[in-house]
Design a protein around this ligand. Structure first.
Ligand SMILES: [Mg+2]
Length: 360
């Protein structure tokens, strides 16, 4: 009988990635991000890769802290036998990294990638199933003056994107002007979602949402602060436009609490925010099981992280797919083949189906 593979080494490092121009949301603006990479090597020669994109404005996890946290946690992994000790190892990561979702995501991703490669399977097979159809991603328009957003939106539609996500951030009259300008520029065929990234009060949401409805907006994401689960649940029951939660859901407990408060709507799940592809797959599945709609999203991250997200979302049919981050970067150092035009390719193996080419 063949010996079970063991983890022989774990490397952890950050990569600096430049954004095309400036990426601005209600919480702040970025021209560059530092994303966390993990490489796990098994003693049978299999190599696995993982990414976690720390989002300090959302999770409080700064890249240096994520790097340090992942390095400390990674010291516990060499010698672990796969798959026997995999779930214990993932549980240990949860205990060591309770507030470092990106660090946890990078380590979990790399472990799962390495193990699925060692058995010659695609990662999605470990997560419960593999989809064979491609997904169409939306395209994000950074927060800006109405006319700038309108011209970027028109450009995206010209490139073939049908669904746009407009970043909003108040005040209400300016947010309405932004959506009016974009609708005028793209016509009635393009689908428009908006993401306020926590910027509105309940009063502001009540003022803006009816206007957005008349402009044909199909989804309003995270209109209220992340902590205001009660407000989001209430809004979700009476808003004429479906409400999505994003920053409010860090784990399964947040989701259960929202549902307990009566939330109905859409749950945006991001691998780097919930701590790994296995966790993301579980939250996506639980959302659908509880009668909510699933959305798969991303941080500002490279195509390695997106590849993991593609596997994580392969057991549910997401109503919304927002996996455009590498398209917003000046250069994608991982250079994984994720896109086919504006479509996101179905998951491929072995593992996550991507070996980052980092020599560039
Ligand atoms: Mg969002």
């Amino acid at each position: 009988m063949q010996a079970l593979p063991r983890v022989s080494s774990v490397e952890v490092f950050t990569l600096e990635v430049r954004v095309r121009g400036v990426f601005r949301i209600a919480l702040g603006a970025e021209t560059r991000v530092e994303t966390l990479y993990v490489k796990v090597t098994l003693d049978d020669g299999s190599v696995g890769w993982g990414e976690g994109a720390p989002a300090p404005r959302i999770t409080g996890e700064y890249p240096r802290a994520a790097l340090e946290a992942a390095r400390i946690a990674s010291q516990h992994l060499p010698g672990i036998r796969l798959p026997e000790e995999l779930s214990d190892a993932l549980e240990l990561l949860s205990r060591l990294l309770p507030r470092s979702p990106a660090a946890r995501a990078a380590l979990e991703s790399a472990l799962l990638d390495a193990y699925s490669r060692s058995i010659g399977a695609p990662l999605c097979a470990l997560l419960g199933g593999c989809r064979s159809e491609p997904l169409r991603t939306s395209f994000t328009i950074s927060l800006d003056e109405p006319e700038v957003m309108a011209s970027k939106a028109a450009e995206a539609v010209e490139k073939g994107f049908r669904r746009l996500k407009l970043k909003l951030g108040g005040p209400p009259s300016l947010d309405i002007a932004r959506v009016e300008a974009v609708r005028k520029a793209v016509g009635d065929d393009a689908e428009i979602m908006v993401d306020a990234n926590q910027a509105w009060s309940l009063a502001a949401a009540n003022k803006v949402i009816p206007r957005l409805e008349s402009l044909g907006v199909m989804l309003v994401e995270q209109p209220l602060p992340a902590w205001d689960l009660r407000g989001l649940a209430e809004l979700s029951r009476r808003s004429p436009i479906p409400i999505a939660v994003d920053e409010s859901v860090m784990d399964m407990h947040d989701l259960a609490e929202l549902v307990g408060l009566g939330f109905r709507g859409v749950v945006n799940v991001k691998v780097s925010r919930v701590g790994g592809p296995l966790r993301a797959a579980r939250i996506l599945q639980a959302s659908v099981d509880m009668g909510l709609e699933a959305m798969v999203g991303c941080m500002l991250e490279t195509s390695l992280g997106i590849s993991h997200a593609v596997h994580a979302v392969s057991t549910v049919k997401p109503s919304f797919v927002d996996l455009d981050a590498p398209l917003l970067l000046e250069r994608d150092p991982a250079a994984c083949k994720v896109y086919d035009g504006v479509m996101v390719a179905p998951p491929r193996g072995p593992g996550v189906g991507c070996e980052p080419r980092l020599s560039v």
